[in-house]
Design a protein around this ligand. Structure first.
Ligand code: IPE
Ligand code: IPE
Ligand code: MG
Length: 248
């Protein structure tokens, strides 16, 4: 067996990794199961990448769990996803505490049903003193809506004469996003072979390294995550400069 963990340079760990967990439905179909079973098997992969992130000392792991557009799925599937979220939060709380994991959420979480919102807030509050991995769940999340809302807030500040239009800069916008307190993702992983962003962190991934895995999410394990990190470490992040400038 390859020692992927051993091949990772521990001095060059990305601070923030974001993941679009895609392919649960296709995994279920491939195995002759209903979509919901695909989602519940996806939770096992969540556990794997959370563990891997903790082992590597990654600071922030943002997982795209439910998009605003996903509300348009059949009601039974939406309900199953929400119930799975509640069940998983209840089940994982002791692990979060044991492993010093702090849970946070981004998205329109007020649009979640009450029973769901409540347990989410409770888990966020109960883990708020933990200082290890920050596990950020994107729930009812739309990046365009996030940017739109930030523009509205800034427009209001202009109308209230709290800010001059000339003083609006990139930071003004970043500070109004859900991710105001996080550095931008260094690495964005998407599973299932789809090569699109699906309305996820559009502003924040301006300079993220993109990694597309052909594996369906329930098949994505720790070693697949380690492979993504190794690939990331082999990339040269130039931020618009020349290769020579970076090496200096
Ligand atoms: C990702 O898997 C989970 C969510 C979007 C909630 P999908 O359910 O999108 O799986 P596919 O893309 O249909 O295979
Ligand atoms: C993106 O997956 C959203 C999540 C992983 C939660 P989708 O399956 O909803 O994306 P599209 O529809 O294939 O773009
Ligand atoms: Mg999908």
């Amino acid at each position: 067996m390859k020692d992927l963990f051993g091949n990772i340079n521990k001095n060059q760990i990305p601070k923030h990794v974001a993941v679009i967990m895609d392919g649960n439905g296709r995994w279920a179909k491939k195995n002759g199961l209903i979509r919901t079973i695909g989602h519940s098997n996806g939770v096992k992969s969540v556990r794997e990448v959370v563990e891997a992130s903790t082992e590597l000392g990654i600071s922030i792991l943002t997982l795209y769990a439910f998009s605003s557009e996903n509300w348009n799925r059949p009601r039974l599937e939406v309900n199953a996803l929400l119930e799975l979220l509640v069940k998983s939060l209840n089940k994982e709380l002791p692990t979060f505490q044991k492993n010093n994991i702090r849970l946070e959420a981004i998205g329109e979480i007020h649009s979640l049903p009450k029973y769901c919102h409540k347990i989410l807030q409770e888990t966020i509050q109960k883990t708020s003193k933990n200082t290890g991995l920050k596990l950020v769940l994107a729930l009812s999340y739309s990046s365009k809506l996030e940017i739109l809302n930030s523009v509205k807030k800034i427009a209001q500040k202009v109308a209230d004469e709290k800010i001059n239009p000339e003083d609006i800069n990139e930071d003004t916008i970043s500070k109004e996003l859900y991710t105001a307190n996080y550095p931008d993702p260094d690495l964005l992983i998407r599973t299932s072979g789809e090569c699109r962003i699906s309305n996820f962190l559009l502003w924040q991934i301006a300079y993220a390294e993109l990694y597309f895995s052909p594996k369906l999410w329930p098949d994505f394990k720790k070693d697949d995550f380690f492979e993504a990190i190794i690939e990331y470490q082999g990339r040269e992040r130039r931020f618009g400069k020349t290769a020579e400038q970076i090496k200096r």
